[in-house]
Design a protein around this ligand. Structure first.
Ligand code: BGC
Length: 418
């Protein structure tokens, strides 16, 4: 991230500045997040409510932009200015990158008290710790490889719910013939990459996905399977409507909700939109594994990383925030709204719908069978520089006449970004 010299200078400066009487930031947390859609806002509101009930004021630092495309920029500016928020929505390998800048706070006190080591899978605790100390708290597990379907649109078009790509394109043809949009999509680089990674998973399987998009194996990136993945993506493009450019993901989901479109590739934050609209899983909408990915599970774990804060009251409030996030009460209510599933053990599944319980079961099964993979598109698999370069290639492919052969070469080059 190369923020270090700037951050250090800013921190030094801010120490000088607080020689003046400190503003009493008593019992307040400022939280940077990008949960601004209908379902997302309902989810984060639960945390605000919970903190206020504990006597901690909530200062909302919301930066709109799906997948945090604008939030990181805002966060960097604040950290460089020496005024980091109490916590920020940061996940995956990025936590290590921020840890390396020396700006994250040690929250071991909350973790020890809450016995996090025994409640979280070790693959998760590893990501939440920097140099052996907790610096972040996980909120949920999102599954990325979903296809959201409006069953009424399928029925109107005489189409069947698809399980593989042949069935998917057959359904898409029928929806298109019925005069509706087959695939709801928003033309933003992160959404393009979300579709791309599910296509790679469906075309190549979990083993190939892992070699290509997690290990960044050059031979896999330029292989016939990757060419086939781009060919499939090119075909998908032909079913997206002409107004997709720049469309936010939740507006694409709304097209499926309202019956204007039939299907959308998206992680299960999309379910938060269906739920917020009062729609019922299995009746008003279907959640199907993306074509050909039934046995695999691409995970995306949201977390709040904690920043070093100076005021002892704010430090205390920060630990209160971390403990609240890990509480079973919060993990239940947040995830019911967010579309995801709890990340910690010991939360009842009684209130969760069929998409969530399927997610829980599929995650366990994929974990046993070797199909559990980190989402590359959502910052779980590789460092941010490489992920950004790959995203650029996919977006260019989606928005030009670039051939699959040229795309795989560009992809292999992007994977070498330092
Ligand atoms: C985040 C989700 C969020 C989605 C859309 C994903 O990367 O993990 O929490 O709802 O982006 O902004």
């Amino acid at each position: 991230m190369k923020l270090k010299p700037l951050v250090q200078a800013a921190l030094a400066l801010s120490t000088l500045v607080i020689a003046a009487p400190a503003v009493n930031a008593a019992a307040q947390v400022e939280v940077l997040h990008y949960w601004t859609s209908g379902g997302e806002a309902k989810s984060i509101a639960e945390l605000k409510k919970m903190m206020e009930a504990k006597g901690v004021a909530w200062k909302d630092f919301a930066v709109a932009g799906g997948a945090g495309e604008n939030a990181t920029t805002a966060l960097k500016a604040r950290v460089i200015a020496g005024s980091a928020p109490t916590a920020a929505q940061i996940k995956g390998p990025s936590i290590q990158e921020w840890g390396g800048e020396g700006v994250l706070a040690n929250i071991d006190a909350a973790a020890t008290e809450g016995k996090w080591d025994s409640l979280l899978p070790s693959v998760v605790t590893k990501v939440m710790k920097y140099q052996g100390h907790y610096v972040a708290v996980p909120v949920n597990v999102h599954r990325v490889n979903w296809l959201w379907v409006n069953p009424e649109v399928l029925a109107k078009a005489g189409a069947k719910a698809p399980g593989n790509f042949d069935e998917f394109f057959a359904a898409a043809d029928k929806i298109k013939k019925a005069g509706l949009v087959a695939i709801a999509h928003g033309g933003q680089p992160w959404q393009d990459t979300t579709v791309f990674e599910s296509v790679v998973l469906g075309v190549g399987g979990a083993g190939f996905y892992d070699k290509a998009l997690v290990k960044l194996d050059q031979a896999s990136l330029t292989s016939p399977t990757m060419i086939k993945s781009f060919e499939t993506l090119a075909k998908i493009k032909t079913y997206i409507d002409k107004d997709a450019a720049g469309r936010d993901w939740n507006l694409a989901t709304a097209m499926v909700i309202n019956g204007k479109a039939g299907m959308q590739f998206m992680g299960d934050w999309a379910k938060g939109e269906f739920t917020a609209a009062g729609k019922v899983a299995g009746k008003d909408f279907l959640c199907l594994p993306a074509p050909g990915t039934e046995k695999a599970f691409t995970f995306n774990i949201d977390s709040l990383a904690m920043f070093k804060v100076k005021n002892p009251e704010e430090q205390k409030a920060q630990l209160t925030l971390a403990s609240a996030v890990m509480s079973p009460e919060f993990q239940e209510v947040f995830n019911l709204n967010k579309g995801s599933i709890p990340v910690r053990a010991g939360v009842s599944r009684a209130k969760f719908d069929s998409c969530a319980t399927r997610s829980m079961d599929d995650m366990a099964a994929a974990s046993k069978a070797g199909g559990l993979e980190p989402s590359m598109a959502h910052g779980m698999a590789i460092d941010s520089a490489k992920a950004g370069a790959i995203q650029d290639v996919v977006a260019k492919f989606m928005n030009s006449t670039m051939t699959p052969q040229a795309a795989v070469q560009a992809l292999a080059k992007a994977a070498k970004t330092k």
